[in-house]
Design a protein around this ligand. Sequence first.
Ligand code: ATP
Ligand code: MG
Length: 196
Amino acid sequence: MGGTFDPVHHGHLVAASEVASLFELDEVVFVPTGEPWQKADRQVSHAEDRYLMTVIATASNPRFSVSRVDVDRGTTTYTIDTLTDLHRQRPDAQLFFITGADALAQIVGWRDTERLFDLAHFVGVTRPGYQLASADLPADRVSLVEIPALAISSTDCRDRVRRGMPVWYLVPDGVVQYIEKRGLYRDGVPATPPGQ
Ligand code: ATP
Ligand code: MG
C-alpha cells in the first residue's frame, strides 16, 4: 500500500486490514513516498517523519511492515518503480497494490499502465466522498472491495492540528504523540528531519 502518509491515519489501517483479510495476504507492506509529484502544490513533511509515523502506526500488527524503497530512492515516486523494487526483493511473492477509490481513479494516468498490471493485482477500496469505478481497467487485474467507511484524510488531520483541534482516534495514539513531539503541521515543515 503506497501513500504519502502525512500523517498515516485509521482509514489507511482499516483499508490494509480489510484487504489483508479478504485476500488472505501474508503481509501488508506500507510504502511511504519519496517526493510525491501529485502533491507539488504543498509542502510535504520530511520523508523520515512520514516513515517513522508509519512504523509507529503499524508496529503492533505482526502482518504489517514498512518499506523504505521509495524514501531511499530519493526522487519522485512512481508506482511502477515501487512495484519493480518490491518484486525484486520478493521475487516469489504475488503482489497486490491496495489503493483508495480516489487514487484508483488516477491509475490510467499513471506511467506504464500495462507493466503495472503485470507486476501486481490492484485492489481498489471504497472511500467516503469518492466514486469507486474500474471502467477502462482490466477486470482480471483489478478488484473493487467495499470496506468500513472512515471519512478521514491526512489533509483533514493536518488542518485540525493547525487549528488546534484534536486528532485523537483519527490517527493511532503514538502518531498523535509523534506529531506533537515534532511540532508537525503547525507552521511549516520542521527545519530539520528527525534525528539531526
Ligand atoms: P492526503 O489528504 O494528504 O491526500 P490521504 O488521506 O488521501 O492524504 P494518502 O497518503 O494520500 O492519504 O493515501 C494513501 C492511500 O490510502 C491512497 O490509495 C488513498 O486512496 C487511501 N486512503 C486514504 N484514506 C482513506 C480512507 N479514509 N479510506 C480508504 N482509503 C483511503
Ligand atoms: Mg490522498
